[in-house]
Design a protein around this ligand. Structure first.
Ligand code: ZN
Length: 69
């Protein structure tokens, strides 16, 4: 019964996202288009968010939060 919750992802998806992760440094893992990097400020919070989006696929491939000291 515990295996039942693996329904949300399949083994095929997992290996695919691992492949994407390797390629996601500067280019879109899906189409190879150079990623569009964006840095978003949280306003009052001492934190910024880095996002990498593909202008072709319209997907966000990376999100990372940086604390500002
Ligand atoms: Zn893409």
């Amino acid at each position: 019964m515990a295996k039942h919750q693996s329904k949300t992802f399949r083994k095929k998806d997992l290996s695919y996202s691992q492949q994407v992760y390797l390629e996601v440094h500067d280019n879109c893992g899906l189409c190879g288009t150079p990623l569009d990097f964006q840095v978003v400020s949280h306003g009052a919070l001492p934190q910024i968010k880095e996002m990498a989006t593909c202008p072709n696929c319209q997907i966000t491939t990376r999100q990372k939060d940086y604390p500002i000291h």
